[in-house]
Design a protein around this ligand. Sequence first.
Ligand code: SAH
Length: 462
Amino acid sequence: MDYFPLFLDLRAQPCLLVGGGEVALRKAQLLLAAGGHLTVVAPALCEGLAALREQNRLVHRARRWQPDDLQGMRLAIAATDDTAINADVHHHCEAAGILVNVVDDPARCRFITPSIVDRSPLMIAISSGGNAPVLARLIRARIEAWLPHGYGALAQLAGRLRDRVKARFGHDDRARRRFWEQALDGPAAERALAGDVAGAEAALNATLADSDADTLARGAVYLVGAGPGNPDLLTFRALRLMQRADVVLYDNLVSPEIVDLVRRDAERLYVGKKASNHALPQEDINQLLVRLAREGKTVLRLKGGDPFIFGRGGEEIEELAAAGIEFQVVPGITSAAGASCYAGIPLTHRDYAQSVTFVTGHRRGEEIELDWPRLTSASETIVVYMGVAQAPRICAQLIAHGRAADTPAAIVEKATLPQQRTLVGTLATLPELLASSGVKPPALIIIGDVVRLAGKLGWRHC
Ligand code: SAH
């Protein structure tokens, strides 16, 4: 983090603006909008600043800047086109411990001014840390378009209800948060966004009177598929539930970028799970889910890919159902689908494959338990999960059961992530290819004629 984000309460605080041009005017407007008491020092003022002076909205010192101007100031902005003056303002502010910003000169800024989306009292600030202001503005434009203007009214409404909600739920923070989550995401909020603030307020007051802390404080488990690793491939539902969690249990297939998107205050529990290194046995995970939900927590169980594809999600749910705990399952993009699209290998194709089978290469005991004869049809694509360690055996068995040794086969390592690698060979050459290329999990093996299309249909930057 290059900068510490914060929002300053500038109401009635003395602020100094050095410079009288158009750039200074834009800063003056912002400082005034935040309620700052503004002094502008500059030999002359542009039309806009002069108009503000006429309206007595600022004090003008009509001369060059001098260090004494900083007397009693909280914050200063230098917006002149004279580098020496700007540097001097910066120097004296730093010496006096006054927050300073020199416009367009990040090296001389103790604070920077972000791009903002203003839905007061809701305020979104975006910064690229001075690296790419245009990018920050583009993002701002997207948020502007996406965020209904009614959110300002909704935030005001929430402000009005705050004390009553506090009184209703006392120190039960969890019940209070649940109330707000439901209130701000439900039909009343929609009414406020549509402009009917009075109707929304009445509805929220009614809900408040009816809601019961015990029901609100009941725990639940969300079993959520996080996709193959790239955060762009999360579902909207996954993202929403990630914002509601009190505690999240995740394993090594869930990328750090995705874990970062979980509500900041949520407790994070790594429950591991590499084929060779079970950080927490499945049975313990199942029991932990039950225990946390019984404590009244909203538990997010984040799983790589889809929770019901080689994810043991079924077992976790069985345990929850048996314990009578409320749960939801959210599908995710399974890694076979992610790898297929990002490596340009369609899993089915009119010319090459009419069916696809997902199998696991994970062993139970000595042998890999697969129905080999069923996997030998030339028109079938096979995707092997957890198959890297057992790849030589799998290829040998397929060949032994009659699948052609020259059947194309690919390995997709870290599919959908920036480090993705796709290696292409055949059933005969794959073991050697694996050994020589040092592939590490997670990786999938895709077998079948569709692999011929690898690369040709690969995902490209356009
Ligand atoms: N539920 C998951 C699969 C869990 S089994 C899903 O639907 O994808 C774990 C196996 O998934 C790994 O051994 C690997 O074969 C595969 N896998 C998961 N993420 C992957 C990725 N980003 N790239 C390649 N393979 C991946």
